[in-house]
Structures are given as structure tokens and as C-alpha cells.
Design a protein around this ligand. Structure first.
Ligand code: CTP
Length: 365
């Protein structure tokens, strides 16, 4: 586990980093909380250089013995608007109150920076042992429905499952969704969950109808498992390959590039491909993500494209055509398409053979 050099009886590792240490896994980041006011604490530390202070949240970034360290003050929160960002209620509250605002028991433990003692007010250790995800109170999903996706993410990442009461509360929420929620936050959790490229996650997401968090809609699990194709071709926006298969994701704030992927897929899925040339021209122009998504509708076409056609290129260039005595014009594209069609039929064609084809073609046109 990554640790910091700073030690104090009121300074604790908290949340994911403690969970990961107990699971013997590496952490993405180290969260530290000071039981009290972190800003006051660092102001009184002789060797700390303060780099940044965020007063409203009581967080501070310092440089200490060459390390950059982020420290939060313990804080309690409320959700005046359910499903949206919480509002800080009290900075410098007790460690216990800070713990009780959190999502799952496995994420709600602290560890002393002084002696490594685990502070476990919520039986997180027991849940880690039994591989269970348990929320801390019955309004947890109502306050923050993104926690449903966080639960899915942790279930898949650690091979845990929801404890029974938590599962029931999740079902209750999914049967009575408040659509006035922050879809920016939901998108972040969808991306983190589905970037794991786990078909199992998608199965749970589908079977438990978590997709209704985006909009009331129906969805069936596709018969083609995309996980191995994604692993093989390693596209950039993995999460969108999964989520973009839903009928209605209009609630999500998408970037231009993300919108383009979804639009390309929706265009391709209604397309009929007549021959290899039409497969190549359509799919070669589409984002890789949309091509992989299409495998759920037309597996054979996508397989043919990815394994046989994708890397076929003609060798001749405009320069070669000029050398043959042609003047640049839209005819050039016609010639390239013609050679490409032939090359898709016979990928072994050499450049000399391509030029032969061109010469014969020029005679005709
Ligand atoms: N948290 C929460 N509710 C959320 C998001 C976060 O209660 N919707 C709390 C959890 O205690 C979590 C901590 O804030 O452990 C930090 O959140 P985050 O960095 O998103 O998650 P980690 O648990 O650190 O997990 P990861 O390893 O994915 O970063």
C-alpha cells in the first residue's frame, strides 16, 4: 500500500485506500482525513508547505518531506436535492459522522497513520471477509443513485455481492426512480464500471434493470459477448460500447466524439451490406467502437471486416496515376474504388498488378 510520511493521531487513511489495503490490492489514490479542521492542522505543521486550500470543503494540499499530500477535514453532508451533489453540513465533525455519510461499509473504514489501527464503526471488516456490499442506511440509494452503479463496479472488481437488505433497497429504488438526478455523476460511474470491460457487469446491469436509471425503457442482453472482441481490439471508449447499446441514453451528457460513436452505431445497425466493398467502405469510416457494437446485430459482417478486410490497403497513389498521364479529377476516386474492390477480392495483388488494372480501366473510361 502507498503510505504518506506524515503521521498524527488525528490523521487517518480513509475509504478506498483502507479497503484496498485490507484486500491486498493497489489503490488508485490515497484519501486522508483529519479528524477536525485539516486547514488549521497543516497551518501548525512546521515543515509543511501549503500548496492549495479549498475552504468550503475543508480540504488542503501540502508538500511535506518532498511529497504532495491531500488532506480532507472530517465533514458531514446532507442531500437537500436527492440524486444531486451533497452539501457540506459540518466541517471538523467527528470521524464517525464522516464515516456515516459514505456509501458501502467496505468503503467506510479508517486507518490510523500513527499505528495502522483500523477504525471500523460499521462492520466493514466482517463484510470484506464475507465479500458483501452493504449500504450504511436505508436512504443511501435515494440520496445518491450513482451508488447502485458503484455497487456494480465494486461487485465486479472484487467479486463481491450485495447483501440481502441492500439488494432489496436497490430493487425498491429501481422500481421507483427519481429521474431528477445528476447524469454527469451517473455517466462517471457508468464509465468507470464499463471501462472494466466485464460482460458479467453488463449481465447484472441488464438482468437487474439498472439501465432504467437512464430512462424508462426495455433492454435485452445481446447474444454476442463483446468482452473478447473489446480485449482484442482495445478501443478507447469501452464503456460506451456497452451503454450505447441501450435504446435511450439521451439523459447522458456526451461529448461530440461520444455522440458520433452512438450515431454511427445507430446508422450501421439498420444497414444492409451488399458486398465486401460496402462492408469495407461503411465500417472503415466508422469509429471502432461503433463497429464492435454492430457485432451484436450482425456478427458475421463485423467478424469478416475485423479479421479479413480491415487492414487491406491499395498501394497505388495519386502520383502513380499522374505518372500514367492522368490529370487529377473526381475520376481518381473512381479508380481507387475500382482497385480497392479488386484488392478486397484478392488481397495478394501487388502494386504492379494494381497498375495493370488501372491501365486496363483507363482504356475503358
Ligand atoms: N463515496 C461515497 N459515495 C459516492 C462516492 C464516494 O460515499 N457516491 C465515498 C466512499 O467512502 C469512497 C470515497 O468516498 O470510498 C472515495 O470515493 P472514490 O474515490 O470515488 O472511490 P474509492 O472508494 O476510492 O474507489 P476507487 O478505488 O474506485 O477510486
Amino acid at each position: 500500500m502507498n503510505t504518506v510520511s506524515l503521521r498524527d493521531k488525528n490523521l487517518f487513511y480513509i475509504g478506498g485506500v483502507v479497503r484496498d489495503k485490507l484486500l491486498g490490492k493497489d489503490s488508485f489514490d490515497i484519501d486522508l482525513t483529519y479528524s477536525g479542521n485539516a486547514v488549521e492542522f497543516v497551518k501548525n505543521l512546521p515543515d509543511a508547505q501549503i500548496l492549495q486550500i479549498n475552504e468550503p470543503f475543508g480540504t488542503v494540499k501540502i508538500k511535506f518531506e518532498g511529497e504532495e499530500i491531500d488532506i480532507a477535514s472530517t465533514r458531514s453532508e446532507t442531500y437537500p436535492q436527492k440524486g444531486h451533489l451533497p452539501v457540506v453540513q459540518n466541517i471538523g465533525c467527528s470521524l464517525k459522522e464522516d464515516i456515516l455519510r459514505r456509501d458501502f461499509t467496505i468503503n467506510a473504514m479508517a486507518m490510523s497513520t500513527l499505528d495502522g489501527e483500523i477504525i471500523d464503526y460499521v462492520n466493514g471488516l466482517e463484510d470484506i471477509k464475507n465479500k458483501k456490499l452493504r449500504i450504511l442506511h436505508s436512504d443511501s440509494f435515494i440520496d445518491d443513485p450513482t451508488r447502485i452503479l458503484r455497487g456494480l463496479k465494486f461487485a465486479v472488481r472484487f467479486d463481491f455481492e450485495l447483501e440481502e437488505e441492500t439488494k432489496k433497497l436497490q430493487e425498491d429504488y429501481l422500481n421507483n426512480i427519481n429521474y431528477d438526478m445528476s447524469y454527469k455523476r451517473l455517466k462517471k460511474e457508468l464509465a468507470e464500471t464499463f471501462n472494466l470491460n466485464s460482460w458479467r457487469a453488463f449481465e447484472i446491469f441488464t438482468n437487474e434493470k439498472m439501465y432504467t436509471l437512464l430512462a424508462p425503457q426495455e433492454f435485452e442482453l445481446p447474444k454476442i459477448n463483446l468482452e473478447p472482441i473489446i480485449s482484442k481490439y482495445n478501443p478507447e471508449n469501452i464503456w460506451l460500447i456497452y451503454v450505447g447499446l441501450l435504446e435511450d441514453i439521451s439523459s447522458l451528457p456526451l461529448t461530440k466524439q461520444e455522440k458520433n460513436i452512438v450515431e454511427s452505431y445507430n446508422y450501421l445497425k439498420n444497414k444492409h451490406f451488399e458486398d465486401d466493398f460496402s462492408i469495407f467502405s461503411e465500417l472503415n469510416n466508422a469509429p471502432l467502437e461503433a463497429v464492435i457494437m454492430l457485432a451484436t446485430k450482425d456478427y458475421d459482417t463485423v467478424k469478416k471486416y475485423l479479421t479479413k478486410l480491415k487492414d487491406i490497403k491499395i498501394s497505388i497513389t495519386g502520383k502513380d496515376l499522374i505518372t500514367l498521364g492522368l490529370t487529377p479529377s473526381p475520376k481518381f476516386q473512381e479508380i481507387f474504388d475500382y482497385v480497392l474492390k479488386e484488392k478486397l477480392k484478392n488481397p495478394e495483388l501487388t502494386k504492379a498488378q494494381e497498375l495493370e488494372l488501372v491501365k486496363n480501366k483507363i482504356k475503358v473510361i
